[in-house]
Design a protein around this ligand. Sequence first.
Ligand code: GDP
Length: 195
Amino acid sequence: MQVNQIELLISAVAPAQYPKNQLPEIAMAGRSNVGKSSVINRLVQRKGFARTSSQPGKTQTLNFYQINQDLNLVDVPGYGYAKVSKKQREQFGKICEAYFQERATLKGVILLVDGRHDPSEDDQLMYDFIRYYDRPILVVATKMDKVTRNHQAGSLQRIRKVLQVPKSDLVLPSSALANTGYEDIWRWTEQRIAK
Ligand code: GDP
């Protein structure tokens, strides 16, 4: 997709604050430091648009970006950072539950996992959580430039196995460093928002 216009509509914590523009929506989730900001910046072809999290686990808001007149892209707060308090963890759960449960315009969720490792327990929980709410999911493995070429297929296969991704669903590789994978992510996104 050609991104001509992008705007941060709101950083929301509660449903009453969600944008009312009725555009189809795609959410993006992943643990802190997985490379979510880098993926967003690559997707929207802007440097430094989504801020890379200097304090992982601190930003507990859903950031709604409007792209052209086409869609909202929602940046879900990063999870899995060891040093967050119990209260922050609970707040994260509440924010996500409210959003995934009731957002009628949400057409799909992109879940980012680190391509170098097996998905963490938190990744598995998040995957199951999104599935529970019956949302279509695209799993994207990040930092694939760090995985040698002959290990890449195996890495994607392991992610698929640990998360128990159905055969019909995609697991895509990406690298912000090499700027690869984003056309495929856009292709999936465009298919989702057309439905
Ligand atoms: P966020 O916390 O999920 O938003 O992650 P960031 O986008 O801030 O990235 C976390 C760290 O991983 C930063 O040091 C990035 O430079 C690095 N990083 C992100 N994407 C890639 C990638 O595709 N390849 C490599 N090698 N490093 C990456």
